[in-house]
Design a protein around this ligand. Structure first.
Ligand code: GTP
Ligand code: MG
Length: 590
């Protein structure tokens, strides 16, 4: 049944779609500061009044059993192919809009969001509806400027009829400012609740994930001009379960599955093969492909601004801002290992609900204290930090997570995967993975995480999630986290001694704070003016004062309660290890 067919047809008669075109000149006028695109927050809105049209969590999270990474990916890609992104006037009558669109076919779901104006993502039930919609869409004529007649699924809604007075309900889904977060966490009643609440507030929403896949799909339409069978697949935090609203969109141009790649030549007789140009190496081929696709994105990609081709990087990429979604995008090719890492992180995150919660809290804590940064440098990356959490959870007395070697042992024949000579095989079927009965609370785990890394022998040992145990370091980098799929590589090679010391110092300070009664129970007194509680627990750990205190070797001017035996021994052990642990780390770059 078509949605809104009961609405008056006359209401929608004056709406037309226009394909937005871009030229360098007109865009730079519109967006003089491309960098702002990266900082701007994305607000996604759903029309909350009719629950039948809302995206329900159950649609992507089945009640019985979890879907494998690739099942989720396939479904999302297919959804995105049936979807369109439409820039709408701020005053758009939702019912008229839907009525107008549903002339082309049934709409499965839709939502509105704000990003330099209002946009709607509309997913049709059938792909043919999109063809019908695009057939009736006009290419605009712009006075004194030429347009690139490249047709994409990014459209503009024009209304030449009477101006609508109503606007669709817009619900912001940006991450809340840190001070608001601290306040909201302080009003929770336990540290466990604080941790789950932070995860709920920060994680990607269903709509945001749909939008990420749609942006990949729009980009695929551009790349398909050269490689019709290519796929553009998101990876990293957009899909690994650890993405925070506002995180970048990492994309992988996948040409591995194009037909002809695996055609077997007959042993005898005639056969044909394509004539192709040769490149000196895989890397050179990747650079050429990305260079051309980057040029197309720059010249023809509506909404793609600030395109940079960073082809000399270890992993060549094209970076740009996708203005209608607000995403900073990194497009890579020949990056299969990163895809596999994303799958592995997704698997670990789905195994136990505490994994994602702990990762979100630690990532947020690290960002609050500038342990991580959005600018590349000697900082610990979110990826490294996530691997550290996974390792810690493997190291519990009753492990919460299995080792990668164990996941490899559980793999079936279809899971076999070798990339560039590295065995990346691990099980994908959740039902095959037995879990141990660990009942530790999130509060315990957070506290123990800080103790674990506050006293970890970084100067001697490396972190290895394949084996699930620390190993003697074979190189001099202050922090050594072995690449899960290539033990010879260190994913945190960039981290210098100073940054590691800051991390260790903050872990110690945070562990110490969580042991103090004044920090680890909700304050009964509320602030008279606001009725808000003073920061405590996880909220207190996010305060700037924690970094300041961590930078001071001997804490001064702090009133301490009588210490329990545990606190005493912790302080003692921290004091004793002070020199040992990061002793070699001071030789960093800064
Ligand atoms: P955000 O900070 O939220 O973007 O996290 P992210 O996990 O997406 O990290 P990032 O965008 O830096 O990298 C994207 C993906 O590339 C990661 O999830 C990993 O799969 C992979 N990756 C990043 N850094 C490394 C690295 O140093 N070594 C390896 N092997 N893979 C990496
Ligand atoms: Mg990323």
């Amino acid at each position: 049944m078509r949605l809104y067919q009961w609405l008056s047809a006359t209401m929608a008669s004056s709406m037309v779609f226009v394909l937005p075109m871009r030229t360098r000149g007109s865009l730079s006028k519109c967006f003089p500061k491309f960098d702002n695109c990266f900082q701007r927050k994305l607000g996604i809105n759903t029309a909350a009044s009719r629950t039948d049209r809302l995206i329900k969590k159950d649609e992507v999270e089945p009640k019985n059993g979890r879907k494998t990474f690739y099942t989720v990916e396939e479904e999302r890609i297919e959804q995105a192919q049936r979807s369109v992104l439409i820039s709408c006037p701020a005053k758009t009558n939702e019912k008229k809009f839907l009525k107008y669109l549903s002339r082309h076919g049934d709409i499965n779901k839709y939502f509105f969001y704000e990003s330099y104006g209002m946009y709607a993502v509309v997913e049709f039930v059938h792909k043919e509806s999109l063809t019908s919609l695009l057939n009736g869409t006009a290419i605009p004529c712009i006075n004194h400027e030429a347009t690139m007649p490249f047709k994409s699924r990014l459209l503009s809604l024009r209304n030449t009829g009477s101006v609508d007075q109503s606007a669709p309900q817009c619900q912001s889904q940006t991450t809340i400012p840190i001070n608001d977060l601290i306040q909201r966490l302080s009003n929770e009643n336990s540290i466990d609740h604080q941790i789950t609440s932070l995860t709920e507030m920060y994680q990607l929403t269903e709509e945001n994930v749909c939008l990420r896949y749609l942006v990949c799909s729009l980009l695929k339409d551009i790349a398909a001009a050269y490689f019709p069978e290519c796929k553009i697949r998101p990876f990293g935090s957009s899909v690994n379960g650890f993405g925070k609203l506002g995180c970048d969109l990492d994309m992988f141009l996948d040409l591995d599955d194009i037909s002809g790649r695996n055609v077997k030549k007959p042993k005898a007789g005639l056969s044909l093969e394509y004539q192709t140009k040769r490149a000196a190496s895989e890397r050179a081929a990747t650079q050429s492909i990305l260079s051309v696709i980057g040029e197309c994105v720059d010249q023809f990609g509506p909404g793609c601004v600030g395109v940079q081709k960073i082809l000399q990087a270890r992993c060549p990429l094209v970076r740009f801002a996708h203005q209608p979604s607000g995403f900073q995008c990194d497009l890579t090719a020949n990056n299969r290992v990163a895809m596999k890492s994303s799958e592995l992180l997704y698997l670990y995150g789905e195994l136990d609900h505490r994994v994602r919660c702990l990762v979100f809290s630690v990532r947020c804590w690290a960002r609050a204290h500038s342990i991580t940064s959005s600018i590349p440098g000697a900082w610990i990356t979110n990826f490294s930090l996530t691997v550290m959490v996974l390792f810690f959870l493997q190291r519990r007395t009753v492990p919460i997570l299995p080792t990668l070697d164990h996941l490899k042992d559980l793999a079936g024949p279809l899971d076999k995967c070798v990339i560039e000579g590295n065995d990346c095989t691990f099980v994908s079927d959740f039902t095959k993975i037995p879990l141990r009965d660990n009942t530790e609370t999130l509060e315990q785990l957070l506290q123990e995480f800080f103790e674990f890394y506050g006293t970890f022998a970084f100067s001697r040992m490396s972190i290895n999630i394949r084996k699930g145990r620390e190993q003697s370091k074979s190189e001099v980098s202050p922090l050594n986290i072995q690449n899960p799929f290539d033990a010879a590589l260190n994913v945190s090679k960039n981290v210098n001694g100073t940054q590691l010391e800051r991390f260790v110092g903050l872990c110690r300070e945070s562990a110490w704070m969580l042991q103090q009664r004044e920090f680890n129970v909700p304050h009964s007194q509320t602030r008279a003016a606001t009725r808000d509680r003073a920061p405590w627990g996880l909220a207190a750990l996010l305060l700037p004062s924690v970094s300041q205190a961590a930078g001071v070797k001997v804490r001064k001017n702090r009133k301490r309660e009588p210490a329990s035996e545990r606190i005493k021994s912790l302080l003692e052990s921290l004091k004793n290890r002070d020199d040992k642990t990061t002793g070699n780390g001071t030789g960093g770059n800064s």
